[in-house]
Design a protein around this ligand. Structure first.
Ligand SMILES: *Cc1c(COP(=O)(O)O)cnc(C)c1O
Length: 433
């Protein structure tokens, strides 16, 4: 028996291969060295021929220098928190690629002096919500709420209804967020009911900085319930801060229960806070919209610097606001018949042996808002046992289990990914799963 270790090529010889040198240019030497080391180890164990070590190393290389991998969202959840919420529009992707180099993000090219950071994005946001006296953008919705609370209510009271003490996700809770920046919570009402008189009594008795209205964006309370709309809260002698969550800028006909920034400001909210990567369909960011002096004060607050968004976010946000309709809002408008037609085409491409079927389905908006809203959709139904191989394949496809089958819902899948879905399902079917 020849000792395979004797034939194992040396690391420097493998790394000198032109294909691996080119890969090191693209991905950096560390990732390439790691792949080479692993391929050499496989050779030592006799699992790879000495002549195939370079090929094995190339196969072990990641396609990009990030471990973040694109996946196909066939869950039927339009805004999926674990899948990075809103996918950006092509225009926003292009904008952030453009912004990735050196840019004029904080320079006025006509005067050569410092310019207002992210002017284009802020002007686009202001144009989109004319009811806002001023606008500001921070890292996310939670940061927007934290900033306004820190600026107005540190050491003071915030009045909030018990039914609106929301847990956002991943264990983060709005009441704890408010307390973490020094506000004291004054809870009013019960889980299911609160009246204007409850708020009025709380405002009367204490050192109240503002009344907070939180939109329950990820759950619904039905039955014997009552809450107080912003119109009525606005009659109280303190500011009203409204956390609308979803980032809908104007009312949407398909989501009548979902508050919009414009309508909430018109109803009398002093400041509205929202996320940029939910129903607005943009990059992760937090929007602050409202009374000019107050929002300007937030922008100049010392802590605002710690919540500042980067040039990539500003560029993507501007393109989201001014460019073509992004995937999330477009998904709200999708015609179920057209989706069923796509599902049929995918099933036809898969062929009869796969046992796939085009079926109508019901999709949801998701963590982005509009709980309980059902969106008519269509799906490709396949074997329930394929969920794991599809999820762990080279192009991960995530579906949804439904009545003993796996539904690949097309509402959140761009048509450009249909071929990838076909290839992934074919590969799994051929694998005899
Ligand atoms: C999503 C949400 C938040 C948190 O926003 P992030 O952008 O995730 O920080 C806060 N409040 C409400 C009502 C939400 O829906």
């Amino acid at each position: 028996m020849p000792d395979p270790r004797r034939a194992t090529p040396r690391t420097d010889a493998v790394l000198a291969d032109p294909a691996l040198l080119a890969a090191a240019e693209r991905l950096g030497p560390a990732l390439v060295k790691d792949a080479a080391r692993r391929a050499i180890e496989q050779c030592r164990q006799g699992r790879v021929e000495p002549g195939d070590v370079v090929t094995a190393a190339l196969a072990l290389l990641p396609t990009t220098a990030t471990t973040v991998r694109p996946v196909v969202n066939a869950t039927g959840v339009l805004v999926h928190t674990n899948l990075g919420r809103a996918p950006l529009s092509a225009a926003a992707v292009e904008a952030l690629t453009e912004a990735a180099g050196t840019t004029d993000v904080e320079l006025d090219l006509t005067t050569g002096r410092r310019g207002r950071r992210g002017r284009g994005a802020l002007e686009a946001l202001a144009r989109a919500v004319p009811d806002a006296g001023a606008v500001h953008v921070v890292n996310n919705g939670a940061a927007a709420l934290a900033l306004v609370t820190l600026a107005l209510a540190a050491g003071r009271e915030v009045v909030v209804a018990r039914g609106e003490l929301v847990e956002i996700g991943d264990g983060f809770r709005i009441p704890e967020l408010l307390e973490s920046v020094g506000a004291r919570l004054r809870e009013v009402g019960t889980t299911n009911r609160v009246r204007l008189a409850d708020y009025a009594a709380a405002v009367d008795g204490g050192d109240v900085a503002f009344v907070l209205k939180v939109h329950p964006s990820n759950f619904e309370v039905t039955g014997f319930t009552s809450s107080v709309p912003v119109e009525q809260l606005a009659t109280l002698p303190v500011p009203v801060v409204a956390d609308i969550g979803s980032g809908l800028l104007a009312p949407h006909p398909r989501l009548p229960q979902e508050p919009s920034a414009s309508a909430t400001l018109r109803a009398g909210a002093t400041v509205v806070t929202a996320s940029g990567d939910k129903l607005l369909g943009g990059p992760q960011c937090g929007l602050l919209l409202g009374q000019a002096e107050l929002v300007e004060g937030l922008r100049r607050h010392p802590f605002a610097r710690a919540l500042r968004v980067d040039k990539l976010t500003l560029a993507a946000l501007e393109a989201t606001l001014t460019g073509p309709v992004p995937p999330v809002p477009a998904g709200l408008e999708t015609d179920a018949a057209a989706l069923l037609e796509r599902a049929r085409r995918i099933v036809a491409a898969l062929g009869p042996d796969v046992g796939a079927e085009a079926v109508p389905s019901v999709a949801a908006v998701g963590g982005g808002g509009a709980p309980g809203v059902e969106l008519a959709s269509a799906a490709v139904a396949v074997d329930a046992g394929w969920a794991e191989p599809l999820r762990t394949g080279p192009t991960p496809v995530l579906g949804r289990a439904h009545r003993g089958r796996l539904l690949l819902d097309l509402l959140a899948v761009p048509p450009s990914q249909d071929d990838a879905v076909v290839a992934a399902v074919r590969a799994v079917a051929a694998g005899g799963a």
